[in-house]
Write a protein that binds this ligand. Sequence first.
Ligand code: NAX
Length: 327
Amino acid sequence: MSKPVRVAVTGPAGQIGYSLLIRIASGQMFGPETPVILQLLEIPNEKALAALNGVVMEIQDCAFPLVREIIQTSDPMVGFKDADWALLVGSKPRGPGMERADLLKDNGAIFVGQGKAIDAVASADCKVVVVGNPCNTNAMIGASQCKRVPKTNWTAMVRLDENRAKAQLALKAGVGVEQVSNTFIFGNHSPTMYPAFPFARIGARKATEVITDKEWLEGAYCETVGKRGAAIIAARGLSSAASAANALTDHVRDLNTPGKIHSIAVSSEGLYGFSPNVWAGMPVVTTAPGKYQVIKDFTLTEFCKKKIAGTNEELVGEYETVKHLLG
Ligand code: NAX
């Protein structure tokens, strides 16, 4: 057994939290040999804290052997104390009549506070994953507050989009998902994202050689992946939760597994035609546990450039709305 990993989770009483905590506690995220200390940070609201207490009772009732301790708090300085990983799931949902810009500003303020708290009390090498939307821009805001924790330790989650992209290609080709690889997501976690099918592979072949219906790839495929979240809300009456928790488990596990090739949203540094100001989904390879490098050598087709320009425009708009919050 290795040393316990301290995992801070925000929004643990929410929908995603409910599925996520079981995955962490059972060993699916950090492996069957790694004990965990759960540091659960909710808002100081009676209902949310009571719901969190119920979730904690359920984790206790699972009698997971890897769980060493569970901390429940509404104080970020306690929630993030010495955290090795901080999974920032909690955020304010978009209310009726609320403009996207207001959502960006309200959530931006949350990530200013959490970024400062992480920098003050988390482990100096804490890995931070942002799920709460708008996740790309929230990660940019949070990372900008940090002087001690490196910016490259902050990532945002586009893995749910990658998994959706993979599943849609497998369905169309009539193969198992295990045959599909390199389904990279470029850009924002929003309908403007680009699931870059020209780089995808099905078995040993390019996906575009197996699926030759260009109109479907450029049209229905991109649209289905981009609008999958809305389709789930329409069908279920609630947003994606179990699949989001699963994707976060994949994100963290692959980021801890050297050699894994996957998509995460990071500071773009101007790569692939993105503005250097924005945080964008990119293909990366994990180089060491928790460390990655962006894969820079994919050649963009004209269609790729057009799609990246579209999602970049939206990200630049988000940056302009929140730039006064950057540290
Ligand atoms: P819920 O509304 O069910 O739960 C959110 C929880 O966060 C609540 O318990 C709330 O009290 C808590 N919370 C709010 N502000 C907080 C703060 N400052 N500190 C700590 N806790 C706080 O939402 P849920 O369905 O769990 O979704 C959570 C977030 O994930 C949303 O922003 C959602 O948009 C986002 N998603 C992101 C995805 C991605 O791929 N990046 C996909 C799934 C999901 O839509």
